[in-house]
Design a protein around this ligand. Sequence first.
Ligand code: HEM
Length: 128
Amino acid sequence: ELNRTVYERIGGDKTVSALVDAFYTNVAGDPILAPIFPNDLTETKRKQQQFLTQFLGGPSLYTEEHGHPMLRARHLPFPITPRRAKAWLTCMERAMDEINLPSPEREEMMARLTMTAHHMVNQPEEHR
Ligand code: HEM
């Protein structure tokens, strides 16, 4: 168990795929996230599947096709406020609930994703 990656422990490709599907369904229904995403999420999902696979210790699918992830740079065209980072993480946590992702992998993943999401913030909060 100690020698296995999180990717393997959660069930590999089919679990990541179920998580990605559930996550983007939640994103599409989120009033502050949906407007900054494309209407057709097919390509977004495909890239996220590749990214999460390598993030969790599986094969380096994202880098093989797109090069270094440079996630912060790739997110600069999108206004990512602290509220949007929080909404992203809520969509992910709900997706994990929906697919019954096991503990402790789920907590381990959320801890790393929380740091990554905060690192993506590139705009201050919009006040009205
Ligand atoms: C792409 C939003 C956090 C991974 C995108 C796109 C948006 C977005 C709008 C472009 C979608 C497209 O054009 O297809 C956000 C917001 C976040 C966030 C609001 C809140 C903090 C994250 C985190 C990760 C991540 C934490 C890492 C797990 C990716 C990847 C892509 C992407 C891999 C595709 C990059 C590419 O074009 O190759 N994100 N994102 N994002 N995001 Fe995020």
